[in-house]
Design a protein around this ligand. Structure first.
Ligand SMILES: [Zn+2]
Length: 432
């Protein structure tokens, strides 16, 4: 028996799925012709035309002719491209030593970005959320065109409940049991957009997997941390989150039963051996000296300072011990180091590789490549943007139809300097 309304429902689900697949492909790959999209998505030309029309009406894409030839009958298949002023999200990075924020569109299009440098250690979360509101307000003023904001994504260095953004513990900020998602939603009530909060290492892995060091690697680990260390895992192409979003706290794997006390209350955690405090303590510097003290340590190492080099080698040894364990458990093809670990990697690479060669099992060891993240200062902002863009990528129909319908855009209005730079040389404009 056919239930009335069943067929239209199924058709709507198929259309939503096709819109999602097309938007995902443009988000990942960039501009491409209608005929290429039809081949890749295995859809007929009229379906592709209809789907492109709907994505255009919702403000996601525009079309233009190939090599400047206007689209029209008898011409080559038009090129479908994401609009540079299409729907966008607010992306936020709360780090130990800075707050950064950006407005980012589909395709990783960074429209405007700003960073305010100061320590967040032992800060008041209410004060930080207030500062964040000021930073975002100034970013919105710098947007040159009306860009519909659809959501906000926030990266934080701690254990976050995915459902509502409740932050259980961010040891390096000194924050415990902070309803961060609710606080941000309350302060940003004027924007009336959904707010999602995620763990920094998970978001780094998401961004690097689709645009950076993890591109093409279906089994990928991104190690990330400034004060501590966490990991984001991609397993068989999918993020490993755990049941509530807490997975990846590798910093609290116990590596030495008699080791140093850890912020988490345990003893001998990996983080207590490889974290910033351990590195600075070994070098005879103030363990709480932060990013400035690490810069000083690396400058000393550059001059051949033996204490600095020995401290780095010991941290590298522990880094390699932990990575070897992860390689044995997860069999990744690529492991990327970010944050503090990307900065020290050139100094600790030999020690890391030595431990990996010694301790990882030969077969998974032979398959894994060690590298550093590629998205420079934008890794976490792009990761936070992915978190915020995900619902619209899943269902593009949640973005309303625009009143003006299809608009023609002049491609020369793009600002290449605002785009992320895979070499990591992109810079933030002066903070406001
Ligand atoms: Zn711990």
């Amino acid at each position: 028996m056919v239930v009335r309304g069943e067929a239209p429902l199924a058709q709507a689900a198929i259309r939503r799925s096709n819109l999602s697949r097309m938007l995902w492909d443009l988000h990942l790959v960039g501009p491409q012709s209608r005929s290429d999209l039809a081949t890749k998505l295995q859809l007929n030309r009229s379906t592709v035309a209809s789907l492109v029309g709907e994505l255009a009406e919702r403000g996601f894409v525009w079309e233009h002719g190939q090599r400047g030839i206007p689209a029209g009958p008898g011409r080559p298949s038009p090129v479908v491209e994401l609009r540079s002023d299409g729907p966008a999200v607010v992306a936020v990075e709360l780090a130990t030593d800075w707050i950064s924020a950006a407005i980012i569109g589909f395709g990783g299009n960074v429209m405007v970005a700003s960073r305010r440098d100061h320590s967040l250690a032992s800060s008041d979360p209410n004060d930080i959320v207030g500062q964040l509101h000021e930073i975002v307000a100034s970013l919105l003023l710098r947007l040159r065109r009306q860009t519909p904001l659809i959501s906000m994504g926030v990266s934080v260095p701690g254990a976050v409940r995915a459902e509502d953004g409740y932050l259980h513990h961010a040891p390096n900020l000194g924050w415990r049991d902070v309803p961060l998602g609710d606080m941000i939603r309350g302060r940003f009530g004027d924007l009336a957009i959904p707010v999602y909060v995620g763990n920094d290492a998970d978001l780094a892995a998401a961004a690097e997997h689709i645009r950076g060091a993890g591109l093409g690697a279906d089994d990928f680990i991104c190690l990330w941390g400034e004060g501590g260390i966490g990991a984001g895992f991609v397993v068989a192409g999918h993020s490993l989150t755990g049941s509530a979003g807490y997975a990846g706290e590798v910093g609290h794997l116990m590596v030495d039963p008699n080791g140093a006390l850890c912020h988490c209350g345990s003893r001998g955690c990996w983080e207590a051996q490889v974290g910033e405090e351990a590195l600075l303590r070994r070098s005879g510097r103030d363990p709480l000296g932060g990013v400035g003290a690490v810069t000083d340590l690396l400058a000393a190492a550059d001059k051949g300072d033996e204490t600095a080099l020995a401290a780095l080698a010991e941290s590298g040894r522990w880094l390699g011990i932990g990575i070897a364990g992860l390689v044995n458990v997860f069999n990744p093809t690529r492991v990327a180091l970010g944050g503090l670990y990307a900065r020290i990697y050139p100094y600790v690479k030999d020690a890391v590789v030595r431990e990996l060669d010694t301790r990882a099992m030969p077969a998974p060891r032979a398959m894994v490549e060690l590298t550093t993240v590629l998205l420079g200062p934008f890794t976490l902002l792009l990761g936070a943007a992915e978190l915020a863009l995900a619902p619209a990528l899943q269902n593009p129909m949640i973005v309303p139809l625009t009143a003006s319908g299809v608009r023609v855009e002049d491609a020369t209005r793009r600002r290449p300097q605002d785009r992320p730079d895979r070499t990591g040389t992109a810079r933030f404009p002066a903070t406001t």
